[in-house]
Design a binder for this molecule. Structure first.
Ligand code: NAP
Length: 317
């Protein structure tokens, strides 16, 4: 008979293997076997729960002109079944460098390319002609005739820029539209926009130690049939600082998490309103670690509570 300890050890080994290659641990020979996906409410199209973001370290490396690591990161994500790539013209060289890599690797069709528009400065008005110019530049960078998702970045003049995105959607050049923010002082406007506009997507911050979105934004997204992209699932560097020198608990193996990244991502992924999470990374090994969170089990409600208790007891960052 297998003891609980032996079973946990086996699960941990599977988790460790999953960091190297999630398919080896959970998948069989098809890339997407065992991959957790969620439906976009407005269409039913399914997306893998883990993707890739491109601000933070990704943007730093994009700036450094040595794109080899980023090429490996994007290639690794696609190889492991990921599709969602979140970028913005505001992320320095990220959109341009990633667009070039995608064209060189010929993976444009496999990706769900999510970019943003915002030409409004500091809460001011957006010039529609300038916004169009920014959008056209995004099309050129990725070289796709149709972009999967464009969102109004940081709630910038939504009254001007959202109708413009709708126009692109009606012409078939953009498949989905939405709005984003990770700023607390914009949550009220985000909520109001979710209530009053027809949105396919929103993008907002949500992490195990940043659960405000659970109060109104995530339930409202479910009620209104809006997809949610989760940003900053590690609180950028905050959660990493909080767990420095600590190992994830052994019981995390019960839901297939062998690393802190998988622990944090599986927490966010287990909220039913979440469609996909886009952690940023500049490292192919971290990309594989993150993709491993898209395989295996997700924590149930009781386990989510246990996870919160553990994280709430960690030192502040
Ligand atoms: N308003 C908006 O539209 C908005 C705002 C914020 C964010 N976003 C989007 O959401 C994405 C994610 O947010 P974020 O980049 O701010 O923060 P994040 O994803 O919470 O954290 C990124 C940090 O985590 C590290 N990391 C990633 N995977 C790791 C792993 N497996 N193990 C250890 N460290 C790991 C990265 O460093 P390494 O490179 O060393 O892996 C980087 O320092 C952004 O890149 C962007 O695409 C959008």
């Amino acid at each position: 008979m297998t003891t609980r300890r032996e079973w946990l050890q086996r699960m941990l080994a599977a988790g460790a293997l999953a960091v190297l290659d999630p398919r080896a641990a959970f998948g069989g020979d098809s890339t997407k076997a065992g991959l957790i996906t969620r439906a976009i409410p407005s269409s039913g199209e399914r997306l893998p729960i883990i993707g890739l973001g491109s601000s933070a370290t990704f943007a730093q490396v994009a700036r450094s002109e040595d794109a080899a690591a980023l090429r490996a990161v994007l290639a690794r994500m696609v190889e492991l079944g990921g599709t969602v790539f979140d970028t913005a013209p505001q992320y320095g060289a990220s959109e341009e460098v990633a667009g070039r890599i995608v064209q060189e690797l010929g993976i444009g069709k496999q990706l769900f390319w999510a970019t943003k528009v915002n030409v409004a400065r500091r809460g001011g008005a957006a010039d529609p002609a300038e916004a169009r110019k920014q959008l056209e530049a995004s099309f050129r960078r990725v070289g796709k005739p149709v972009i999967d998702l464009v969102q109004v970045h940081n709630m910038g003049d939504v009254r001007t820029q959202l109708p413009l995105l709708r126009e692109y959607k009606e012409k078939g050049r953009v498949r989905y539209v939405g709005v984003t923010t990770t700023f607390e002082n914009q949550y009220a406007e985000l909520i109001e926009t979710m209530r009053s506009e027809r949105l396919d997507f929103i993008g907002t911050d949500y992490a195990i130690d940043n659960r405000d979105a659970e109060n109104t934004i995530l339930p409202l997204a479910r009620e209104r049939g809006i997809s949610v992209l989760v940003y900053a699932p590690f609180g950028r560097t905050r959660l990493w600082r909080r767990v420095t020198g600590r190992k994830p608990p052994e019981w995390a193996a019960e839901f297939g998490a062998s690393t802190w990244a998988q622990f944090f991502l599986k927490y966010a992924a287990s909220h039913p309103a979440v469609t996909a999470i886009t952690p940023a990374t500049s490292r192919p090994d971290n990309m594989a670690d993150n993709m491993a969170a898209a395989f295996g089990q997700l924590p149930d409600e009781a386990t989510r509570k246990r996870m919160i208790e553990l994280v709430d007891a960690l030192p502040a960052a």
